[in-house]
Design a protein around this ligand. Sequence first.
Ligand code: MLT
Length: 395
Amino acid sequence: MVKVNPFYADLLPSYLFRDMGNKAREVKEKNPDAKIISLGIGDVSRHIPNTSIKAMQNALTEMADDSTMRGYPPELGYAFLREAIAKNDYQDFGIDISVDEVFVSDGSKCDVANVQELFAADCVVAIPDPVYPVYRDSNIMAGRKIVYLPCRAENNFMPEMPKEKVDVIYLCSPNNPTGAVASKEQLKAFVDYASKNDALIIFDSAYKEFVRDKSVPKSIYEIAGAKKVAIETRSFSKTAGFTGVRCAYMVVPKELSGLNAMWIRRTSTKFNGVSYIVQKGAEAVFSDEGKKEVAEVISYYLENAKIIKKGLEEIGFKCFGGDNAPYIWADISKTGLSSWGFFEKLLSRAFVICTPGSGFGKCGEGFMRFSALGKREDALEAIMRIKDLKEKGEI
Ligand code: MLT
């Protein structure tokens, strides 16, 4: 037998969303007629913009003709998409990001998991708790020391500053799972910490399009000095419905001593790029029509979030997030159930899936995450079913 990576033994036995999926399948098998509603994994229910669909259809037609077909895409992304990203997502907002600092990928999950390959094995990594599990698991797999930064209600779920020197800090705003958003001052404190301690920030802004409050930063690069200390990841998944199409990007500034060149080296060895068809669809997101369609869909999800949050508050749960984010973070500790206990109860008694807070880390115990990315009718129905359980005294 091959000698295996010993650090896998330090992981939880199964990935959170896989666990939830398995449990949901078991309940479905026992209750084949039940309509299970998912407010669990943050998957979208609205399709990609019509303008992206048209662009992808045209791209497919080009691919069907020998004179216009394309073979391997450039590993780092087609220039047309890298330019559209640099212009529309940064330069138009006065942020100085150039085309050769933007790298197109097939998803932020992969980017946030892969980026740690650039860091030495003995780097100490700071990870918020609760957190999107990929930051944690990818560093556990690499055997790195992890320092957890607790996020608590009294601190608006912003991570506490590291108490010891760390080399890498992962941040996410709007936050998955808590739905909290970081203010400019809070991000500045982390940028200052990173500058002073020679640390690097990985800033995940996959949910930036949900920010409607103008005072809330969408990019870490809105903070002076951040280009010298931060990598940023963004995605078309939640903003433009690309979860099933796959397209994202990562910004690695050239100021980050050598990391830009290392990322190019890594990516050209390990990746053959995102398909032309998909990148054409992503480019169309930045057209005037695409931007209008995205804004409309985001408003739809934010309205779902309002409905879910209000419903849960009426039941008596204190809720956070959901205003500039598609996630509502509900304190269910008064029910006396653990997060997984609440998950099982809702799934088996109301056929509603939501995500146990403890799946995101120890500090998530006693909380549940509700996703607003589903259909309106499902959000309404789920809240009705949960209210019903409450009336029956089951939660
Ligand atoms: C989530 O529900 O946290 C996300 O949808 C998972 C992901 O983006 O991989």
